[in-house]
Design a protein around this ligand. Structure first.
Ligand SMILES: Cc1ncc(C[n+]2csc(CCOP(=O)(O)OP(=O)(O)O)c2C)c(N)n1
Length: 549
């Protein structure tokens, strides 16, 4: 067999059943091997969407997502998706074709140094120089992508390696052993928990990535510590629990931010003190000691000093942390009171559609297995605030990179990962246009992805900041020249409708969910609506703005 066939064989050995990609000159041998190679390949309409499709697939399934592209522009188009996967710790393997080894360094047609370009946005990158190494490199790449703190890995395969003949050999199974638990650190963490009067459990995306939701929920139940999550941690904890205070940070709940600010101990699990979480760092939870649990020890002290950092598998360490219900009744009552005092309000005057209420109604119309992908902006924050998630695998949001254009390809990837579950996109009119060509991919794959497009004819989140912090100078954020979105969907054979008034919302959601095809629900909303609350730049998280005044 040749190198390209060897790649397909090794991918199958890794359990790969779905690839997202786009062909071109330097990867033609691999596409030839895929022709009857027995692995599904979805032709996307842009390599960025192929990478983000793989991200969506990985996020929804917990498996490694796989994407591929040709050299040069195909490879550079993948880069945004890899950076997205890097910042959100998503396991992805990307395979790029490269010009033949002999041509590397000659400015050959469609030659770019994708390995060099990828180094800062992948966990690891390989250039395969010898066909003999292909199998081992691919096996290792999958292990690197999914082990420890997951992330993207790039394998660049020159064309001559793809066509070279090879005698396949069994790949050496590559597994990494977990670290031994640091018993002294554990004992210190237990003592800190026992002493704390106002502890908060601060949960990030790392818990879901480690499949440690059950252990985390058991710990939260046992200890009775009030809890908050990051954007990526949404779904990890029981959303209906009386001690769950919601998301913290810039657009977090008031209850979450106030409780965190008053806490004397932050137990941080699989989170990284992102600046969207902390706001003004030196004013963030100033009286709190920190216990930090993470699979990536580089996070300890990176942004906020930890009193104890434990680098361990979360599934192992969480059950060993505390056996008892902490004696913090007064604090629990205080947190419950904060939660009761700062409930969301959905009473909104007028006939126009109020996006937070609409998203709450959408959430109520879906069951707990539905996967919601979103784009970036106001609608993304409204999804995080007003939709209910019981698993982090159901909330696909580009948290770290904030990649506009993420939503549609991610929703496609999610639907392929879990065809039995509803895949719903919530997008904004700006973001939707960033990967709108993927309507063609939807059509090709005939996937019943449901799309809710919240159209405020603005780059809403930027408009909001211009209104609040740039004296209302709306520089390049007005999109009154948007296309007719329903007609555009129709051009791809996708039915849809536009709604503009509150009373149309629930029947339209029902029609969308009843459709057995893809569907576009185009929702006109006011351009003046803002996301509240908001921690303005440069202040502490307890200084949240709740309105323009
Ligand atoms: C690729 C990319 N370019 C620019 C931005 C900056 N940005 C963040 S939110 C936003 C506006 C998004 O507008 P839209 O998709 O309509 O959503 P809305 O905020 O109106 O809900 C922009 C331009 C980004 N996050 N990603």
């Amino acid at each position: 067999m040749n190198g390209a066939q060897y790649i397909v064989q090794t991918l199958k050995q890794q359990g790969v059943t779905q690839i997202f990609g786009y062909p071109g000159g330097a990867i033609m041998p691999l596409y030839d091997a895929l022709y009857d190679g027995g692995v599904e390949h979805l032709l996307c309409r842009h390599e960025q969407a192929a990478a983000l499709g793989a991200v969506g697939y990985a996020r929804a399934s917990g498996q490694v997502g796989v994407c591929m592209a040709t050299s040069g522009p195909g490879a550079t188009n993948l880069i945004t998706g890899l950076a997205d996967a890097m910042l959100d710790s998503i396991p992805v393997v990307a395979i790029t074709g490269q010009v033949p080894m002999a041509a590397i360094g000659t400015d050959a047609f469609q030659e770019v140094d994708v390995l060099g370009m990828s180094l800062s946005c992948t966990k690891h990158s390989y250039l395969v120089e010898n066909v003999e190494n292909l199998g081992d490199i691919i096996a290792e790449a999958f292990e690197v992508a999914r082990s420890g703190r997951p992330g993207p890995v790039l394998i660049d395969v020159p064309k001559n390696v793809q066509v070279a003949l090879v005698e396949p050999r069994a790949t050496v199974p590559c597994t990494t052993a977990p670290n031994a638990l640091d018993e002294a650190a554990l004992a210190k963490a237990r003592a800190m928990l026992a002493e704390a009067r106002q502890p908060i459990l601060y949960v990030g995306g790392g818990v879901g990535m480690a499949n440690a939701e059950a252990e985390l929920r058991a710990f939260a139940e046992r200890s009775g510590i009030p809890a908050v999550t990051t954007l990526k941690g949404i779904g990890t904890l029981n959303p209906d629990h009386e001690l769950f205070l919601g998301m913290l940070g810039m657009h977090g709940t008031k209850a979450a931010n106030l409780a965190v600010q008053q806490s004397d101990l932050l137990m941080v699990v699989g989170a990284r003190f992102d600046d969207r979480v902390t706001g003004k760092l030196d004013a963030f939870a100033v009286n709190a000691k920190v216990i930090h649990l993470d699979k990536d020890a580089a996070e300890f002290g990176k942004v906020r000093q930890a009193h104890v950092g434990i680098d361990a598998e979360l599934q192992q360490v969480l059950p060993r942390l505390t056996g008892e219900h902490l004696a913090i009744d007064a604090w629990r009552d205080q947190c419950k009171a904060l939660k009761a005092e700062h409930q969301w309000r959905y009473d909104h005057p007028g006939e126009a559609i109020y996006a937070p209420l609409m998203l709450k109604q959408l959430s109520e119309a879906l069951d707990d297995t539905a996967m919601i992908s979103c784009d970036v902006g106001q609608h993304q924050m409204w999804v995080a605030q007003h939709m209910r998630f019981t698993s982090p695998r159901n909330h696909l949001s580009s948290a770290g990179l904030g990649t506009m254009g993420f939503g549609l390809p991610a929703a496609i990837g999610a639907k392929l990962a879990r065809p039995e579950h509803e895949s719903v996109l919530v997008s904004g009119d700006g973001s939707f246009m960033m990967n709108v060509q993927e309507l063609g991919t939807l059509k090709r794959a005939q996937l019943p992805v449901k799309m809710v497009l919240l159209d405020n004819q603005r780059l809403g989140m930027v408009r909001q900041w211009q209104e609040l912090f740039f004296d209302g100078r709306f520089s390049e954020t007005i999109l009154t020249d948007n296309p007719d979105f329903v007609a555009m969907a129709a051009a791809f054979g996708i039915p849809g409708e536009t709604i503009t008034r509150k009373e149309q919302v629930q029947p339209a959601i029902a029609r969308m969910l009843q459709a057995d095809t893809a569907y576009l629900l185009h929702v006109r909303i006011s351009e003046e609506e803002n996301v509240w609350p908001l921690v303005p730049p440069g202040v502490a998280n307890d200084q949240m703005m709740e309105s323009k005044a």
